[in-house]
Design a binder for this molecule. Structure first.
Ligand SMILES: O=C[C@H](O)COP(=O)(O)O
Length: 318
């Protein structure tokens, strides 16, 4: 890949983004690597409980339904603060455990604040989630309102047409405007990878969003036809790695949408460890966005407890 001349992060200074068009992904290599990941057992049985606990710690426990109510969000927040039953915690030898954050619609920030009282981060999906097809002015105002209501993380959606038409400057300017509207709040850029069609586009959009100041890049809203996948995750984590090598900035990664089994969570943890290393296996650089994953993790942890596996290795890197 060609390194952009005069590279700057998070700046309105004119950048020549023409080089973005030269980014290419070897689709076959990504598919082969993804297939090998699914077929081998990277995580030893005795460490699986520890890995699943890490998955909980890195989870954005999510509810993004049109039928969300304050009551549902309050229950979600209580679950986020105490994700496992006391007897299971004791059996696993864990004193305390929370999810990484909760993730809700703008209107549900207030009930989340009421329960969490600052004890866990609140991520809000702003910018006309999930399609993002409102005016930029409306979307920037939504970010400001979400931050004012108590969200400390904002999950923005990019305008897919900027990617589909190769308008990298428009994507950069949009991301930069979102970054600035977020102020102190962290900003996660949702690429909606199922909508932008090709792995080349996924890599290009990842680079442009990181350059414009995204703290995290995130695969999906959970509402596209195809959401998080392993090949897409390989492309995005490799972009993060290369961006870090070139700039020194650590950008986080959030697979989201359809991650509902403990087995799939373990695959994403493996991608993070193998592509980015142990630094990226922490909640400040890795989140799994999921609404139903917790149920399967609980089920699997029960299984490990009854099978006499413990989380004694919790503090070992998974
Ligand atoms: O950002 C998180 C996703 O919307 C969650 O998707 P999910 O309901 O398929 O787990």
């Amino acid at each position: 890949m060609t390194q952009p001349l005069d590279f700057k992060r998070n700046t309105a200074a004119p950048l020549d983004l023409g080089w973005v068009n030269s980014i290419k992904v070897n689709r076959n290599a990504a598919d082969r690597r993804a297939a090998s990941l699914a077929n081998r057992r990277t995580v030893k049985k005795e460490y699986q409980a520890a890995w699943l606990i890490r998955a909980v710690e890195c989870m954005d426990l999510t509810t993004l339904g049109g039928d969300d109510t304050p009551g549902r969000v309050e229950r979600l927040c209580m679950k986020a603060m105490r994700p496992l039953r006391t007897d299971l915690m004791q059996a696993l030898g864990i004193d305390s455990l929370t999810t990484g954050a909760v993730c809700v619609y703008h209107e549900m920030i207030t009930p989340a604040v009421k329960v969490l009282q600052g004890r866990l981060p609140i991520a809000a999906v702003s910018t006309a989630f999930p399609a993002g097809l409102s005016s930029l002015e409306t979307k920037l105002r939504e970010i400001e309102l979400s931050v004012a209501a108590g969200a400390t993380e904002i999950d923005i959606v990019i305008t897919r047409q900027h990617v589909l038409t190769g308008n990298w400057q428009a994507l950069y300017d949009e991301m930069l405007a979102y970054r600035q509207a977020c102020g102190e709040a962290h900003v996660k850029a949702i690429l909606a990878t199922g909508d932008i069609v090709t792995l080349d586009n996924v890599a290009k959009a990842s680079w442009v969003c990181m350059m414009a100041g995204a703290d995290f890049i995130k695969t999906s809203t959970g509402k596209e036809g195809v959401n998080a996948t392993i090949p897409v995750s390989l492309v995005m984590t490799r972009a993060i790695r290369e961006y870090y090598e070139q700039t020194g900035f650590q950008v986080g990664y959030k697979p989201a949408g359809g991650v509902s089994t403990a087995k799939s969570a373990l695959q994403y943890l493996t991608v993070m460890k193998e592509e980015l290393g142990n630094d990226w296996l922490q909640p400040h650089l890795f989140r799994i966005g999921a609404s139903s994953l917790m149920t399967d993790i609980e089920r699997q942890l029960e299984h490990y407890v009854t099978g006499n596996y413990s989380a004694a290795h919790r503090h070992a890197q998974p």
